[in-house]
Design a protein around this ligand. Sequence first.
Ligand SMILES: *[C@@H]1O[C@H](CO)[C@@H](O)[C@H](O)[C@H]1NC(C)=O
Ligand SMILES: *[C@@H]1O[C@H](CO)[C@@H](O)[C@H](O)[C@H]1NC(C)=O
Ligand SMILES: *[C@@H]1O[C@H](CO)[C@@H](O)[C@H](O)[C@H]1NC(C)=O
Ligand SMILES: *[C@@H]1O[C@H](CO)[C@@H](O)[C@H](O)[C@H]1NC(C)=O
Ligand SMILES: *[C@@H]1O[C@H](CO)[C@@H](O)[C@H](O)[C@H]1NC(C)=O
Ligand SMILES: *[C@@H]1O[C@H](CO)[C@@H](O)[C@H](O)[C@H]1NC(C)=O
Ligand SMILES: *[C@@H]1O[C@H](CO)[C@@H](O)[C@H](O)[C@H]1NC(C)=O
Ligand SMILES: *[C@@H]1O[C@H](CO)[C@@H](O)[C@H](O)[C@H]1NC(C)=O
Ligand SMILES: *[C@@H]1O[C@H](CO)[C@@H](O)[C@H](O)[C@H]1NC(C)=O
Length: 806
Amino acid sequence: MLASKRRGTNVAAILALFASASALSWDHSQYLSSPSSDEYPNPNTKGLGWNQAFEQADEFISQLTVEEKVGLVSGTEGPCVGNIAPIYRLNFTGICIQNGPLALEQGSYTSIFPAGVTIAATWDRDLAFKHGYHLAEEFRGKGSQVILGPVAGPLGRSPMGGRNWEGFSPDPYLTGDLFTSTIEGIQDGGIQACAKHFIGNEQETQRQPSTDDNGDTIESVSSNIDDRTLHELYVWPFQQAVKAGVASVMCSYNRLNQTYGCENSKTLNGILKTELGFQGYVMSDWAATHSGSRAVNAGEDMDMPGTDQLSPVYWHESLVKAVKNGSVPSTRLDDMCRRVMTPYFHLKQDKNFPGVDPNAKDFNKLLFSSPDQYKYNFTFGSEPNVDVRENHGQAIREAGAAGIVLLKNTNNTLPLKNPQHIGVFGNDAGDLTNGMSYFTFNGILNNYEYGVLATGGGSGSGLFTYIVSPLEAIKQKANFKANLVQYVLNNSAIIEQDSPYLSSLQPSPPDVCLVFLKSWATESMDRETLHTDWNGDKVVDRIASVCPNTVVVTHSSGANIMPWANNPNVTAILAAHLPGQEVGNSIVDVLWGDVNPSGHLPYTIAHSEKSYDFAPITNSTSLLNTHDPKAWQSDFKEGVLIDYRHFDYYNKSVAYEFGYGLSYTTFAIHKEISAQKKFSGDLSHSPPAAQIVPGGNPHLWDVVYEVSATIQNTGKVAGFAVPQLYLQLQRGSVEGYVAKTVLRGFEKLQLDAGESKKVTFSLNRRDISNWDAVKQQWVVPSGEIQAFVGLSSRDFHGSTSFTPIA
Ligand SMILES: *[C@@H]1O[C@H](CO)[C@@H](O)[C@H](O)[C@H]1NC(C)=O
Ligand SMILES: *[C@@H]1O[C@H](CO)[C@@H](O)[C@H](O)[C@H]1NC(C)=O
Ligand SMILES: *[C@@H]1O[C@H](CO)[C@@H](O)[C@H](O)[C@H]1NC(C)=O
Ligand SMILES: *[C@@H]1O[C@H](CO)[C@@H](O)[C@H](O)[C@H]1NC(C)=O
Ligand SMILES: *[C@@H]1O[C@H](CO)[C@@H](O)[C@H](O)[C@H]1NC(C)=O
Ligand SMILES: *[C@@H]1O[C@H](CO)[C@@H](O)[C@H](O)[C@H]1NC(C)=O
Ligand SMILES: *[C@@H]1O[C@H](CO)[C@@H](O)[C@H](O)[C@H]1NC(C)=O
Ligand SMILES: *[C@@H]1O[C@H](CO)[C@@H](O)[C@H](O)[C@H]1NC(C)=O
Ligand SMILES: *[C@@H]1O[C@H](CO)[C@@H](O)[C@H](O)[C@H]1NC(C)=O
């Protein structure tokens, strides 16, 4: 009833769109960013929100020579993955930058936290904040002022994206809130967050330039994105990060409209620093700087790593010369330094900040091969190998469990009811076999055959001090000396015809068969499949053929195709994502019901890989062999229609939709949903003019409506519900596709059996606006807005409507 009403209203708009979409040819010459900074000049930071620190930074900078100023913005050799040189005469000990986002990557005695995708699946802002805060405690303990994270780019345009798991969700609203809560946690803990990667960094393939067989440069892939899509999807979370006062933003490897991310004056000076009012510094991704004064004038503020190990050095001495000969104004250099030093003083990193763990330099030998030849003396802590893990393991265990999504639970097979005979299957169930990390080996980021997958690969991974495997945790929980826990971890052996290994488990079949599958992804390459690795599908089929109570658990970087989902012998499915070091405990807590599952999908699981072809990774043999320097073009033709917006728009059925997730209890949302107006008088289409502050026009954040609903736990046990608010926005004057509904609110609530709670979603002006590319403004469209409250993007329990502007 609800659904048909919703669809009915939209037919005319959809038909009109088809006409315009098919008439639209994709012309790359239309997708060009201004390479010159004349059009988008550099706005100077005023230290808005950081007034006292801004004065301190100013005072500090006034004492520096040009060479010292250039040193503040150009990386140097040192113990960390990124280093800013000390200035001894001013007692400035330099800045140590280390990889996040889920751990201090290159450190001993650090915790491996859950990946961004797990945090996204929790739909829990408080948990994201705590996660950030704990990370900050570890960075501080190791003497590192800056964490490279969190990630909102990639957003997750394609589920094939190799780094999606480092970020949160392809939905900008969900990502925006969790990204920002994480940043707030990190900076509350006194560490600078670096929001990355800005912007359009949606694939790994050809993220950096290559050379063809003539030795000529082939430029990196260009993400060609229209202005409205850029604002409504990809910039959306960064806008909130800027509002929250994020210290730094990392410019990305890819080109955006054919101009490099780190020398794109439109995105850096124009959007980030002018429209959004960003007051901190833009740091390059490692070797993403391709020029000196051009990048500086376009808005890049810090070059990393700044040394010649990965690429030519464009800054340092050249920048000194460029300032002295006027091709970079000295006021610009001062602005860069103020941008770098203001957050440093604001977070009081000049006071009692621990020295760098001496052990750090052993980790960064790969980048800075001979620590004896550092140009500067860094300040080290007195003892190496500081243990910074505290009791973070407990929070990691809880977050790991909170990010597990129960997709199927036939006949309440879960939670397990004291099974006497448990079968454990699959190469994801056991311990690591190739060292304590998913190591890079001979330049290849490995998808090792044996061992549980608890993070992805690359710079966003980390070194485990311990990992609790599922098998180990299951044995403990099941009391394996009294009950049977039998296992086959070799996928090839499981799927062998008439496998002797399977029939060796007696008695047969086990009361429950737990199958553990994994799905690898890593920085620097995109996923080649959405099916689980190492013949996961065959493993499920094989186990299910002999075991009528088969429970499948995936440890995965994101969406997986699950062809076995409707097999009646597959009684339960859990998408367990990438939970970090307590992976085994997290899953056991859910399997046995010590934790009631409360994760919800932060992406859509479709029926087949082909279903995601609307946003392909740009890649082909002909591109790999091209001689055209500009051949790599990624056209974001789908506009705002990614993930559920695509499937909903085209009325496609999916396996499990965005926002979906079961619990061991049930919830109902009362039909009565109400909307309350929170402004007086008339609402203007555009926000009233106001001084730009971090986050942009402050009126974008004015709360204009509240939508309230009542949710009840209708089952027999306590649990966490995630009620979600979706809006059907009017088209107004904007061009391009308009999504059927978009997420604009969510809460995570604990409810005892039978308990009801009222939930209120606040909608600000941006939440009910479209980005109007002509007006260059967020515009509230005329007409009625439908609001739906439900438990997923396709499970609406009630609706209401309101008309902000008639
Ligand atoms: C990219 O090009 C499109 C099409 O002309 C335009 O809408 C958009 O504003 C451009 N974005 C940037 C950052 O140049
Ligand atoms: C540097 O620190 C020393 C020792 O605490 C202090 O005496 C000196 O005044 C400081 N110098 C500056 C420029 O702050
Ligand atoms: C200024 O110096 C920079 C860096 O050496 C150089 O690239 C640029 O051409 C110089 N400009 C002028 C006007 O001399
Ligand atoms: C670093 O310390 C060593 C040993 O104390 C000293 O010889 C050297 O001059 C220092 N280097 C710098 C750049 O201050
Ligand atoms: C689930 O319960 C139904 C009804 O009791 C029964 O017919 C069916 O066999 C059960 N399925 C499984 C997998 O236990
Ligand atoms: C896994 O099983 C296959 C098939 O039986 C076998 O060839 C392979 O050697 C086994 N691997 C290990 C590590 O035992
Ligand atoms: C389910 O399990 C039973 C044995 O318990 C088996 O006979 C049947 O073929 C299985 N079904 C599937 C689809 O694997
Ligand atoms: C990119 O294309 C090449 C050539 O077709 C292929 O070998 C490679 O696996 C592809 N990479 C990805 C991530 O799909
Ligand atoms: C989706 O379904 C609705 C209602 O049946 C219909 O009006 C609309 O045209 C469909 N959209 C597409 C893209 O097929």
